[in-house]
Design a protein around this ligand. Structure first.
Ligand code: GLN
Length: 192
């Protein structure tokens, strides 16, 4: 759990409910102790600055390039993208998933909204999703699976062991997005 800024606690709680420990990652040493990472919502420009300040940019880039599974939600999605549209010039992203995302893409007047999403691979009732100044995927590469979209705009994507969501799956009691991430991790991690 990347714990520099943002919505960390509820993510950790959701993962703990699913039987997975989610220790806080703030330093390169913390990072070397985890097998996978959640990059939470918050403010991607602030998280980007704190990654630099904490010496995490290089180690995190290396781990992601080596295939570490990651779940990025909202600001975390922006950090994992290939290209950030409407970002700040000094804002970092890691290119861990081949998508271009636009920050605050649903318009300034629509700061937040909720929607029921049909998600590929998740049965049962739709996933109730909370969007807060949310980014949207404007381009998804050919290797990217679009798992959910709103009006044709992707809001949940997966490539290999990297899952990104425009919304905040840690809000509310629905654990299915975290479950989807954990099953993605399981199916992409070689058994040793
Ligand atoms: N708009 C924020 C950003 O650009 C993301 C919002 C969020 O994570 N809820 O970083």
């Amino acid at each position: 759990m990347l714990a520099l800024q943002g919505a960390t606690e509820l993510h950790a709680r959701a993962l703990e409910q699913l039987g997975v420990a989610a220790p806080e990652v703030r330093t390169p040493t913390d990072l070397s102790g985890v097998d996978a990472l959640v990059l939470p919502g918050g403010e991607s420009t602030t998280i980007s600055k704190l990654l630099v300040a904490n010496g995490l940019v290089e180690p995190l880039a290396e781990r992601l390039a080596a295939g570490m599974p990651a779940l990025g939600t909202c600001a975390g999605m922006i950090l994992l993208a290939t290209t950030i549209l409407d970002g700040r010039a000094d804002q970092r992203s890691f290119g861990a998933i081949d998508v271009d995302v636009r920050r605050n893409a649903f318009g300034r007047q629509v700061d937040s909204f909720e929607a029921d999403l049909a998600v590929l691979g998740i049965d049962g009732p739709p996933v109730h999703a909370v969007f807060i100044r949310a980014p949207v995927v404007e381009r998804a590469g050919s290797g990217v699976e679009v798992l959910a979209a709103i009006d044709g705009r992707p809001v949940l994507c997966r490539q290999g062991a990297v899952v990104v969501a425009s919304f905040h799956p840690e809000l509310g009691a629905d654990l299915r997005i975290h479950e989807l991430f954990l099953s993605t991790v399981e199916s992409t991690t070689p058994k040793g």
